[in-house]
Design a protein around this ligand. Structure first.
Ligand SMILES: [Zn+2]
Length: 466
């Protein structure tokens, strides 16, 4: 079996071959830390987590970089509005982002560089592009001349004739129709107030696109294996990253480009004005389980649009409960009879999981194989037709699959810890007479495979055994 990815560069399925043995270098565009990320952002981050974990499942060692954009139009405006320094402002939202990652069981990347810690490198990079004739200065800003880079458009499929030569765009985000020379360095203006750096290329701040080219090549090398992000980043962000990096180094920037599709909510594009805009913390406050949200996000293929609905979340919660209860049941049963059928089911499930995931991370197909297994295995458990070895192997396969999905629970300790925390939260809710919340938490505990018994000595959790 070989691992295949759909490479946006070239738009076809390709067999994945690392540049160097089993070492993978991967860059994933991170959040702009000016607000709480919304559920659409997390679709991308969860996809990237599954990608990373599946590479690890295949035996690769992954070095992942995810940047934090902590200087741009939005962060500057936000800090000014709150009357605090840019660093103070972005630190608050960086911390919130890391809390969210933990709630969604996203594995930590090796590096989370902040753009403002790499200003000197960005200046050096920009100077290099000026020296090579790819960039020029205009009114104190430095722009990349897209007509000089012959491959411009190769990622997004933009045709060079459409480009308006000599026209310039200073903002970071724009549409394909507005493809123009883009800002590498933005001259200070009064709206930036105290946010600027005095450098060899002038007083100002970096553009957004240059941040990612600089931090990725600095931390991963001039050519690396994988660059991932949401589909909306293909143009202009990733197109510009390629242009800057390849113009400077003369080498191929990235081998495989992977992009996840959009998330819509209840059939509509998410927007604050429609009232269907959700951050992760809002959903958690509403009583939803972040792990069920993770499950919902991986239940669709990453290259298919995902319609996030509250009905869908309810179903996801129920499906997840089936997996978790099965896992709990496996841990608590004792078997005595060797069963070839059980063994075969278990081994073929792992094989089906790997085949599905090898085919460009087909998570819905992999989950379907898992649910077939739960059904068949439950039948055999009901009849007592299994041995201790069957059980051990089944637990091992579930854990292997969950090392990628991270929704079933990994260890008994983790479950116990989580249940303890949920009981404490429920006690708090009861003390405040918030019965609705207490009930929701009880349901959450039930979904983890436990029932609660309220006794005089306190609340105890008991595992559901069938
Ligand atoms: Zn980026």
């Amino acid at each position: 079996m070989s691992l295949m990815f759909f490479n946006t560069l070239g738009r076809k399925l390709e067999v994945f071959k690392p540049l160097q043995d089993n070492q993978i270098r991967m860059y994933t565009c991170g959040p702009t830390v000016y607000d709480y990320p919304h559920i659409g952002n997390y679709r991308t981050f969860v996809f990237e987590d599954v990608l990373r974990k599946y590479l690890e499942f295949k035996g690769y060692k992954v070095t992942q970089v995810m940047n934090l954009t902590d200087v741009d139009d939005k962060t500057i405006r936000g800090a000014q509005k709150d009357g605090i320094s840019l660093r103070e402002y972005t630190t608050t939202y960086s911390k919130a982002f890391f809390d969210d990652l933990e709630n969604l069981r996203i594995e930590k990347a090796e590096f989370y560089p902040r753009a403002t810690d790499f200003i000197d490198d960005m200046v050096k990079f920009t100077k290099g592009l000026i020296e090579k004739g790819y960039a020029y200065t205009s009114e104190g800003s430095v722009y990349f001349d897209i007509t000089k880079f012959k491959d411009y458009g190769k990622l997004s499929g933009l045709v060079i004739e459409q480009l308006k030569s000599g026209a310039r765009v200073k903002v970071d985000e724009y549409k394909k129709e507005d493809a123009q020379d883009f800002a590498l360095w933005k001259a200070w203006d009064s709206a930036d107030k105290d946010v600027f750096w005095d450098t060899d290329i002038g007083k100002g701040r970096p553009g957004w696109h240059i941040e990612c080219s600089v931090m990725s090549t600095k931390l991963l090398g001039q050519t690396f294996d994988i660059h991932a992000g949401g589909i909306d980043l293909i143009f202009p962000h990733h197109e510009n990253e390629i242009a800057q990096s390849e113009a400077l180094t003369g080498k191929k920037f990235v081998q495989y480009w992977l992009h996840s599709e959009h998330l819509i909510v209840e059939g509509q594009k998410m927007s604050k004005s429609l009232g269907n805009f959700y951050t992760l913390r809002q959903l958690i406050e509403m009583g939803h389980d972040p792990v069920a949200i993770r499950y919902l996000l991986i239940s669709a293929h990453y290259r298919a649009p995902l319609n996030f609905t509250f009905d869908g979340l309810k179903q996801a919660t129920a499906s997840l409960k089936r997996l978790q209860v099965f896992y709990g049941r496996l841990q608590s049963v004792d078997g005595t009879v060797d069963n070839k059928e059980f063994e075969d089911f278990t081994n073929s499930t792992l094989k089906k999981f790997e085949e599905a995931m090898d085919a460009d991370l087909n998570t819905p197909l992999a989950l379907a194989a898992l649910f077939d297994y739960v059904r068949d295995a439950n039948r055999l458990l009901d009849g007592g037709n299994f041995s201790e070895n069957d059980k051990k192997r089944a637990l091992e396969v579930m854990r292997k699959i969950d090392s990628v999905f991270s929704v079933i629970q990994v260890s008994k300790d983790d479950i116990d810890k989580e249940i303890e925390e949920l009981i404490a939260r429920r006690n708090e809710a009861r003390a405040k007479k918030d019965w609705a919340l207490a009930d929701k938490i009880r349901t959450r505990i039930y979904e983890r495979g436990f029932i609660l018994e309220d006794t005089h000595a306190g609340t105890k959790a008991k595992r559901i055994t069938s």
